[in-house]
Design a protein around this ligand. Structure first.
Ligand code: AMP
Length: 415
């Protein structure tokens, strides 16, 4: 199987490692890729959000499967353009990707499918915003309605800050605050059959103890020793299958990766958000534990044959990833700094570039992450931090408490 992987962040580096490790994948091309991905794939230039360009590249490299990593190309219709060339693609149509591209659309689908989620209003003016904030009270949850790469959400006790964010975004979704630990559940689906991966937890706030602004994600771990035993089964029954059925009913089946972001509240799991692609950095830990060959799994989802795919096999133990972010991230990351100690197994590249002379430099906010597995969460955590300690990048910062509460048994479900 010849595979074209679209994207160039940490998620795509993790996907590239998984695909390259699948004996059925005889050639792997990544576009645009990054210096980490270059070790396992041939890199090609492309604008990932240009459907015609990606489809043309898929034809040129004779791809049997195109795997689309990020959300923006999916929302732009890249999967549709590739499918129109008769090439199998892992990733939903633009219509189905609205599950991520529009918070209002996602709420509408959830309501129709009776999926448990926060009550919410879509607001377009200050009066509607004020009414919704009054009704729900603090903490206030205000979400940009469009794609914001996980950064368009403000959760705050500060009423003025909530109103300011709403005014800056224009159209927002204001919703009830959900309390409880968060879970990311990835589900591979061909639109009908659905296979859950291991649940993971990520860390959205920039600072230790969940302080500071939201980011794209500062670290992750899997599996979740504290998760309720029936969590995955319950979410498949109450969330995933009803959502997939509703999208089929609307004539826009969702095939690809359905990312279910949940809060485990006292009344049970509630959906915080859907995404239409693998999450970053949870992908790094989930795929580190997946033993089943990745290319075959994604190909089955892309060709409507997932129902016949054998059950997934997982490695024992746990995985942890710790993100190293650039100086100034998330507000205004500085790029162009020299990185050393990053060319080793376990370092996943996210925002890096390489000079002609081989020097590695930062090229984004989240620069790289140290990903390690171990016989248990504590061992995986130690190993991930060891990787990060050996990386040098001026001004960089990382959280020091990734997976710490889970290791110490400090995560509880309120109630
Ligand atoms: P989202 O982009 O919707 O995932 O939101 C980003 C982050 O904001 C989530 O991971 C949560 O930490 C937080 N968040 C979003 N919606 C809610 C909510 N209704 N209640 C509590 N926290 C939320």
């Amino acid at each position: 199987m010849r595979v074209l992987l679209v994207g160039g962040g940490g998620r795509e580096h993790a996907l590239a490692l998984g695909l390259a490790g699948d004996p059925a994948v005889e050639a792997l091309v990544a576009a645009p890729g990054n210096p980490g991905i270059a070790a396992v794939a041939q890199l090609r230039e492309v604008t990932p959000t240009d459907p015609a360009a990606v489809a043309a590249l898929a034809v040129e490299v004779a791809a049997d499967l195109v795997v689309v990593g990020p959300e923006a190309p999916l929302v732009a219709g890249v999967a549709d353009a590739v499918r129109a060339k008769g090439i199998a693609v892992f990733g939903p149509s633009a219509e189905a990707a609205r599950l991520e591209g529009s918070k209002t659309f996602a709420k509408d689908v959830m309501t129709a499918a009776a999926v448990p989620t926060a009550r919410a209003y879509t607001c377009e003016d200050a009066a509607a915003v004020a009414r919704a904030l009054d009704e729900f009270g603090a903490p206030y949850v205000v979400k940009d309605d469009g794609l914001a790469a996980g950064k368009g959400v403000v959760v705050t006790d500060d009423r003025a800050a909530a109103e300011r964010h709403a005014a800056e975004c224009g159209r927002v979704v204001i919703e009830e605050y959900l309390s409880g630990p968060e879970v990311s559940l990835f589900v591979v689906t061909d639109g009908e059959a659905a296979v859950p991966l291991l649940p993971a937890q990520d860390f959205k706030r920039v600072g230790d103890g969940d302080t500071g602004p939201n980011t794209g994600g500062m670290g992750a771990y899997a599996p979740l020793p504290w998760a309720p035993p029936n969590l995955v089964e319950d979410v498949m029954r109450d969330v995933v299958h009803p959502t997939l059925a509703e999208l089929r009913r609307r004539g826009t089946p969702f095939a690809g990766l359905l990312y279910v972001g949940l809060a485990i509240t006292p009344s049970g799991p509630r959906v915080i958000e859907f995404n239409a692609r693998f999450g970053d950095p949870e992908t790094q830990v989930v795929l580190a534990l997946l033993e089943t060959p990745l290319g075959g799994l994604l190909h089955a989802a892309a060709t409507g044959t997932l129902g016949a795919h054998p059950p997934l096999r997982w490695r024992d133990g746990a995985a942890v990833t710790v993100v190293v972010a650039a100086d100034g991230y998330p507000a205004g990351p500085r790029t162009g700094d020299v990185i050393t100690g990053a060319d080793r197994a376990g370092i996943i590249h996210a925002g890096t570039r390489r000079d002609a002379d081989g020097t590695l430099r930062s090229a984004g906010g989240r620069v790289l992450c140290g990903t390690a597995t171990g016989p248990d969460l504590a061992a995986a955590r130690d190993a991930a931090y060891e990787l990060v300690r050996d990386v040098e990048l001026a001004g960089s910062h990382h959280r020091t408490d990734i997976a710490a509460a889970a290791v110490d048994g400090r995560i509880t479900i309120p109630g």
